[in-house]
Design a protein around this ligand. Structure first.
Ligand SMILES: [Zn+2]
Length: 108
């Protein structure tokens, strides 16, 4: 399993998606700047009736492109984990929840 772990601090406004199995992997989504919109290849809807609709359509298309990239990255990463790894994390969470519940009851 290839593990890409970066300790570099992302640019402000970055949304970081962490692996739910806490393996250290993450996917960074940079803030929606004009540069990022260009990178995503978002273009205006040719059916836009005016400049405002055109700008709005570019923003909408860029958002969808970013979401699609994020989902693909997450799916591809989760595919690198085994069923046993998911089962262990679920088990550990259940133990942790049970511990928290019992310590909460002890406080009352
Ligand atoms: Zn992971």
């Amino acid at each position: 399993m290839e593990l890409r772990v970066s300790t570099a601090v992302p640019v402000p406004g970055t949304t970081r998606y962490l692996c739910p199995l806490e393996c250290g992997w993450h996917h960074d989504v940079p803030p929606p700047t004009l540069t990022r919109i260009a990178e995503l290849g978002a273009t205006a809807d040719p059916a836009a009736r005016d400049i405002h609709e055109a700008i709005s359509s570019v923003a909408t298309r860029a958002t969808f492109a970013e979401v699609e990239r994020t989902e693909t990255a997450l799916r591809e990463h989760l595919d690198t984990h085994t069923t046993a790894q998911f089962a262990r994390v679920i088990h550990d969470l259940r133990v942790e929840i049970a511990h928290l519940k019992s310590s909460g009851e002890a406080d009352q």
